[in-house]
Design a protein around this ligand. Structure first.
Ligand code: ARG
Length: 458
């Protein structure tokens, strides 16, 4: 087949090279954006008198027909036509004749691919934002349902202080909120039109880039044509924001895995979202959560992959950059799949609130409350810490819990103890006594739910 760029070549491209250099096997996914961009470009060429309005109509009609064909599966993508741009352009020329050959005036595949990828990432970023919001909503609803349930809060994976289960869950909603904000902020940088930069130097045609930007809903046009065809920061930013989101999803997934273990028994995963073992009949495995955790490796890898592709590239466009799409597509698919499955699974998780509550009071988790009690009675914090430590040691040596101590026993450690200490020793009291904003008291957590629900609506 004759190449669209074949003029200066005497030999046909080797078959091996064709299959080595093609990108149509993956960039076919950009077809909708490629056509959208070409229609806007053709309209602009017509408006500026660079091509005739008759040609513009032919081009638009042809592109719309190609769009229908692709949508219904009636379009054949050809490897020898290399990429999505040339597949569509060749089909257009075949369909409408000479007018099709004029579409590539004042344009290069270098600015075209930069445009397609920006349009694609703009749409996918918006979709990911709505998927995160749906998941946040599911988390906030679950938190609301469990507003009063207490669980042990951990540091160093050791029971530390009692917290509300709702408080713990909401911390993830907060992380995802920051992810939403990062994606939103990145849209400012994605939503800039590179088209019209052409190969790298711009063009001698009197094009109107702002008009194309307006047609495609871009906020601005890029300022430097060399930068526009060389820049993949916006894709790297997408991959890095997605990596942070993935890390958040993975931490939550990890907790679900641990919590569903026989050792913890904090939750039971819904049957529909777990799998069995081919040998051990009793097994019910949290594979969904494990895979969400596991897929994080791919998402991080994709970020590293594109950073590495870009790090040594001289200006401006280099073919290496064709490799950007594989990690970007994979991250989009992975992130969306993880968000969808987690959102569907979440409402089905049964929380074993009884066990959570029982374990919340173990391991001297209200020791900090005892120390704070003494401080309120005038003992300097460091001394209060020391006294409470001794009480804990006494309990460990005698095999009793803090709330099983009598007032007389407590008085052996400090004469500041009075009957009111018994309002500090149980997990429920610890929760009730919290006053600081953002803390684990029911009133504060209710505020957090209200706030995050407001943000989800924005
Ligand atoms: N398929 C190419 C890519 O993804 C499109 C741009 C090609 N430009 C070129 N001069 N070979 O980067």
């Amino acid at each position: 087949m004759k190449k669209l760029w074949g003029g200066r070549f005497n030999q046909n491209t080797s078959k091996v090279v064709e299959s080595f250099t093609e990108s149509i096997s993956f960039d076919y996914r950009l077809w909708k954006y490629d056509i959208q961009g070409s229609i806007a470009h053709a309209k602009m060429l017509g408006k500026q008198g660079i091509i005739t309005s008759k040609d513009v109509s032919k081009i638009i009609k042809g592109l719309e027909e190609i769009s229908r064909k692709i949508e219904t599966g009636a379009f054949t993508f050809k490897e020898e036509l290399e990429d999505i741009h040339m597949n569509i352009e060749a089909a257009l020329t075949e369909m409408i004749g000479d007018a099709g050959k004029k579409l590539h005036t004042a344009r290069s595949r270098n600015d075209q691919i930069a445009l397609d990828l920006r349009l694609y990432l703009r749409a996918e970023t918006q979709e990911i934002i709505s998927l995160i919001k749906a998941f946040q909503k599911s988390i906030a609803d679950t938190a609301e349902k469990h507003i009063e349930n207490i669980m042990p809060g951990y540091t160093h994976m050791q029971r530390a202080q009692p917290v509300l289960l709702s408080h713990h869950l909401l911390s993830y909603a907060e992380m995802f909120q920051r992810d939403v904000e990062r994606y939103r902020d990145s849209l400012k940088r994605i939503n800039i039109l590179p088209l019209g930069s052409c190969a790298l130097a711009g063009t001698s045609f009197p094009i109107d880039r702002s008009y194309v930007a307006k047609l495609l809903g871009f906020n601005d046009i890029s300022s430097n044509s060399i930068d526009s065809v060389s820049d993949r920061d916006f894709a790297i930013e997408f991959l890095s924001i997605s990596s942070i989101l993935s890390m958040h999803l993975s931490r939550l997934a990890e907790e679900l895995v641990i919590w569903s273990s026989e050792e913890f028994k904090f939750i039971e995963m819904p049957d529909a979202f777990t799998t069995g073992s081919s040998i051990m009949p009793q097994k019910k495995n949290p594979d969904v959560a494990e895979l969400v955790r596991g897929k994080t490796g791919r998402v991080f890898g994709n970020l590293l992959s594109l950073l590495t592709i870009m790090k040594g590239l001289p200006l401006s466009y280099n073919r290496d950059m064709q490799e950007d799409k594989i990690p970007v597509f994979d991250t989009v698919d992975t992130i969306k799949a993880c968000l969808i499955v987690m959102t569907e699974m979440f409402p089905g998780i049964k929380f074993n609130t009884k066990r959570m509550n029982e374990t919340a009071g173990d391991a001297f988790s209200t020791s900090t409350d005892v120390a704070e009690y003494l401080v309120k009675k005038g003992v300097p914090f460091r001394n209060a810490h020391e006294i409470t430590g001794k009480i804990v040691l006494h309990c460990i040596n005698n095999g009793i819990k803090l709330y099983e101590l009598s007032l007389n026993e407590l008085k052996l450690f400090s004469d500041k103890f009075n009957n009111d200490i018994f309002k500090y020793l149980r997990p429920e009291e610890s929760i009730k006594n919290k006053k600081s904003s953002g803390s684990t008291s029911i009133a504060e957590v209710k505020k957090q739910i209200k706030k995050i629900k407001e943000k989800i609506l924005l």
